[in-house]
Ligand binder design. Structure first.
Ligand code: AMP
Ligand code: MG
Length: 410
């Protein structure tokens, strides 16, 4: 019997989800230092040429080629420092001392680095042939005025914000923060700090999801633990939908769960329950509530974290207007241990990516891969992604790995 019949491939689920999501359109204007991690709402053009003026790339001497005769010694007629240009008269047959970043004086053809000169009180002798334009950084060489420097949909990080500062831009228009309402479902769940009753466990998922969402720049509306009760659940969905762009619940999406979760969601909105062909994380729900998107994560903490990582992060990226999909980076490395697997589902095992004796990358398993073993996330530093049809992997075989992103300490 084929236990994988009817399971949906991860990329199909992702594709269907992303095809439906439309980005938020509300924006806000923020000073640069508050815009870290946010998504640009409009193209940014440069108000300036960068560099803003022709300047020296070296410490040395500014010359006019016509003044440099064979064996000539040119007296130094002045100095140009960064922030202190030379504006005096530049007599024929002389050179100007110049420092890196200083504007080149008018008429200058080249800058000669001091290592290629012989200087004494009488003046400077040039030891090597001089090329016109050498060691001069030209105005606008890096960025031209009015050129688009960043396009709408760019996420603003350390690669982008300092560049905007270098253009003299003090603030940017970004897409507003995504509001995400979260709750855990389950009669068995208890808050950390409270004693456990018979058969109870501590709520893990809400904390995982809350901190991940905050790190991703979302505004979190935390609605707590909701018991497995249709009225309480309906009230939670209605409340969450009213407040948020995305409603994220955990638990109650697997088979065997009381049917009212499904019925309720279908009554309130348009929800698709998927059985994904991935391990861990098979049950996952996605859909639309009247005013918000909905994702139902599996109850199992490892499955919840994994489906958040693989599906909810790309969904949030699309919702935030980011123009590149936030898909995990994949590398191919050698397995340095055995990975147990049976064919049928795409497996996301936790592994430790390290270097072998020759400095080449290799990956070993973190051990037991049960979907309740949350410690594998803190022991490991990557997902080992094993193809659906693949069986056991022996040491020496090639495997795909996805190094954990910053959310998992990568
Ligand atoms: P469910 O999807 O509700 O059937 O839950 C699947 C498994 O995950 C069960 O063993 C639950 O007790 C457990 N579980 C559900 N929600 C949570 C949670 N928030 N934290 C930790 N474990 C949970
Ligand atoms: Mg449950």
């Amino acid at each position: 019997m084929d236990f994988t019949a009817g399971l949906m491939a991860l990329e199909d689920a992702l594709g269907q989800m992303l095809a439906r999501i439309t980005p938020l359109t509300d924006t806000e204007t923020l000073p640069l230092h508050q815009a870290f991690g946010r998504v640009l709402a409009r193209d940014v053009t440069s108000p300036l040429d960068v560099p803003g003026f022709d300047n020296s790339a070296m410490d040395g001497y500014a010359v006019r080629l016509g003044d440099v005769k064979e064996g000539a010694v040119l007296p130094v007629a002045g100095k140009a420092f960064a922030g202190q240009p030379f504006h005096g008269e530049w007599p024929e047959g002389t050179c100007i001392r110049i420092m890196t970043g200083a504007p080149v004086p008018t008429g200058c053809d080249a800058v000669v680095m001091q290592e290629e000169t012989d200087a004494n009180d009488a003046g400077v002798r040039f030891l090597k042939p001089i090329r016109p334009g050498q060691n001069i950084r030209l105005r606008g060489e890096d960025i031209q005025r009015d050129a688009v420097v960043l396009t709408a949909g760019t996420r603003l990080n350390v690669g982008e914000l300092p560049m905007l500062a270098s253009l003299g831009i003090p603030q940017v228009e970004v897409v507003r923060k995504i509001q995400v309402a979260i709750f855990s479902t389950g009669d068995e769940l208890q808050l950390p700090g409270k004693p456990l009753g018979d058969g109870q466990i501590y709520d893990t998922n809400r904390l995982a999801v809350h901190v991940m969402l905050e790190q991703l720049g979302c505004e979190v509306i935390n609605l707590g633990i909701i018991p497995d009760d249709p009225d309480a659940l309906r009230a939670a969905f209605i409340d969450a939908n009213r407040q948020a762009d995305l409603v994220l619940s955990s638990g109650g999406v697997s088979v065997g769960e009381a049917d009212y979760t499904k019925t309720l969601l279908e009554e309130l909105g348009e929800i698709t329950f998927w059985k994904l062909a991935i391990k861990p994380g098979k049950p996952f729900a996605f859909g639309r509530l009247p005013d918000s998107w909905f994702c139902g994560l599996p109850g199992n903490p490892v499955s919840a974290a994994l489906t958040f990582y693989q599906l909810v992060i790309p969904l949030l990226a699309k919702l935030s207007g980011q123009h590149t999909p936030a898909l995990p980076q994949t590398l191919r490395v050698r397995a340095a241990s055995r990975f147990k697997k049976s064919p049928g589902r795409l497996d996301f095992q936790r592994g430790i990516l390290q270097r072998d004796a020759e400095g080449m990358p290799e990956v070993v398993t973190t051990g037991h891969q049960g979907s309740h073993i949350f410690s594998s996330f803190s022991q490991g530093n990557c997902f080992v992604v094993l193809e659906r049809e693949r069986g056991n992997v022996e040491a020496g075989e090639w495997v795909d790995v996805q190094p954990f992103n910053h959310l998992f300490g990568g």
